[in-house]
Design a protein around this ligand. Structure first.
Ligand code: HEC
Ligand code: HEC
Length: 256
């Protein structure tokens, strides 16, 4: 009797936890994944909670996002790009997933912990599980519709790539002389630049440009990356549009 009671008791307390507890799979082999690396790590409250619910407790948590951002810059940026747009690794900005399970917290934890089929290696040996949850919270921002969250990511990106972007193809004489390019650049200037740099802009808002002193590549890098109070325009305009702005500034038709 006592044995039965104990068994029932055990089942009752074990059930709610077990019912929600996720099973982890290796993204490469699709076999169950054992979380055995780094025995010395501290298993935090957040990690325990994650293993019970399969939901990342750090989602949207400011302090965790700060740490997650730093980890991302250090460990992930090289392949997924500072803004998550992707390089060697796929974009983390969209809802298109390469693996059937990576559209959930559990699936993303699996691939970050255990690695993927290609060059995505597992970080379970280098990172504590707590840090993996923080980096997961950070990459959620790449898909977020919340403008403040996005702004935080873009700020990280600016810090990560300070200055000196070169045009994708070198400026040629023909490119700079093309009236189509100059006209398109002139329209962007009127819409986005004149209110700060224009002849009628409030004095001190932005310097009057002196194209005679500039080289096209330098103007391109300023427009692309920004500088102090000059905003960066690389998220706003394509490479080609930014090249056309340069063509306009360097041309005889430039009139601030
Ligand atoms: C050496 C390059 C490389 C690094 C470093 C890297 N990744 Fe990846 N990542 C990839 C590749 C490539 C894939 C696609 C799966 C594969 O081929 O392994 C991928 C896939 C992913 C996926 C799944 C995307 C999908 O569409 O299913 C996530 C999430 C992810 N990486 C997050 C991270 C995080 C977080 C880090 C840093 C802790 C990181 N990656 C570091 C290359 C990398
Ligand atoms: C919000 C105001 C603002 C807007 C909008 C703006 N700029 Fe600027 N820009 C600045 C400021 C301020 C500086 C000076 C930054 C510094 O040196 O600290 C600057 C500097 C520059 C410089 C370098 C000038 C020099 O001689 O050092 C270039 C080139 C430039 N901007 C081009 C542009 C273009 C092209 C656009 C439109 C796509 C644009 N700016 C839009 C504020 C602005």
């Amino acid at each position: 009797m006592r044995l039965i009671l104990t068994a029932i008791f055990a089942a009752v307390i074990a059930l709610p936890v077990q019912a929600a507890e996720p099973t982890y799979f290796n993204s490469k082999t699709e076999k169950p994944l054992k979380l055995k690396h780094r025995k010395k790590q501290v298993i935090t409250e957040a990690v325990t909670q994650f293993h019970e619910t399969g939901a990342n407790p750090y989602s949207g948590d400011k302090a965790a996002l700060d740490d997650g951002g730093k980890l991302y810059q250090k460990r992930c940026k090289a392949c997924h790009a500072a803004d998550g747009s992707g390089k060697v690794g796929p974009s983390l900005q969209d809802e298109e997933w390469m693996y059937p399970r990576t559209d959930t917290d559990v699936g993303r934890f699996e691939i970050i912990y255990g690695g993927g089929k290609g060059s995505m290696r597992g970080f379970g040996r280098q990172m504590d599980q707590d840090d993996i949850l923080k980096v997961m919270a950070y990459i959620d921002l790449f898909r977020s519709d919340d403008p403040a969250a996005k702004a935080a990511v873009i700020k990280e990106e600016k810090k990560a790539t300070p200055g000196k972007s070169l045009p994708p193809v070198p400026f040629s004489e023909e490119y700079l002389a093309s009236t189509t390019n100059i006209d398109v650049g002139g329209e962007i200037w009127a819409a986005q630049c004149r209110h700060c740099h224009g002849a009628k802009a409030y004095p001190g808002k932005a310097p009057k440009l002196k194209p005679a002193k500039y080289k096209p590549d330098w103007v391109f890098s300023r427009v692309t990356d920004g500088f102090r109070k000059m905003p960066a325009w690389k998220d706003e305009y394509s490479d080609d549009e930014r090249m056309k702005i340069v063509a306009y500034i360097m041309s005889g038709s430039f009139s601030p």
